[in-house]
Ligand binder design. Structure first.
Ligand code: 13P
Length: 251
């Protein structure tokens, strides 16, 4: 049985005091929930303070990106060692904004994925097609390529998470239908089975991301192969993130 993972990607939002306020609020409101994993990914500048705030809490901490080297002359970059140092257990890698705004390639993303697992961080590898690619019937081809390239060199013993985030659904208010999400998620699970075996594929969580809100979280999360959500905008307010985390699987 896969444990759901509800993750908030705060992107480039929140000063340290704002981040502390939201993290403190979430820690209180989500206290005691153990049947699903909860993760927040604040910007780098707030990680240390938020990590302290979350000590002893069931809300986990993640980075939004990292470089693959441990240290050295890489101006402006953050290493896996640094993320571990401030209390991160996860890191988002290959987010569509990294791919499309900052030009990250599958090869670079793969180096980061390998480095993350080497340093005991669970990578959340983001994949997803552009609108033109979906309209041209290329969704599975694009996603397959990103999954195969992103996971190259991993073994079935490495823990990782996949996030399917169709680019046309990110920040647009347009969510994939539960059926559209399920179709791609089950396709990804088959790919994982081919790569790492059925048992590993069944254990690996595949999150959906793209305009997840309290109103649509339940119908998406009820799909068989949707094992959680990567939430952007709706993770920036305690009310909406709390509602998504507490969605009722039976309701
Ligand atoms: P939105 O939920 O704002 O669409 O963002 C999704 C996302 O990119 C999460 O990583």
């Amino acid at each position: 049985m896969r444990k759901l993972l509800i993750a908030g990607n705060w992107k480039m939002n929140k000063t340290v005091p704002e981040a502390l306020e939201l993290a403190g609020e979430l820690k209180r409101r989500l206290d005691g929930i153990s049947d699903r994993d909860i993760l927040i990914c604040p910007p780098f500048t707030a990680l240390y303070a938020v990590g302290k705030e979350l000590e002893g809490s069931n809300v986990k901490l993640g980075g939004q990106n990292m470089y693959f080297e441990e240290q050295g002359a890489f101006t402006g970059e953050i290493s896996p060692v640094m993320l571990r140092d401030v209390g991160c257990s996860y890191v988002i890698l290959g987010h569509s904004e990294r791919r499309h705004i900052f030009g990250e390639t599958d090869d670079l993303i793969n180096k980061k994925v390998l480095s993350a697992v080497k340093h005991d961080l669970i990578p959340i590898l983001c994949v997803g097609e552009l609108l033109e690619e979906r309209e041209a019937g290329r969704t599975k081809e694009v996603v397959k390529n990103q999954v195969l390239e992103g996971l190259k060199g991993l073994t079935p013993l490495d823990e990782f998470v996949i996030a399917y985030e169709p680019v046309w659904a990110i920040g647009t208010g347009k969510t994939a239908t539960p059926e559209q999400a399920e179709e791609v998620h089950s396709f990804i699970r088959e790919l994982l089975s081919d790569l790492f075996g059925r048992e590993k594929a069944e254990l690996t969580r595949i999150l959906y991301g793209g305009s997840v809100k309290p109103e649509n979280a339940g119908e998406l999360l009820k799909m068989e192969n949707v094992d959680g959500a990567l939430v952007g905008g709706a993770s920036l307010k305690a009310d909406s993130f709390e509602k998504i985390v507490k969605f009722d699987a039976e309701g």
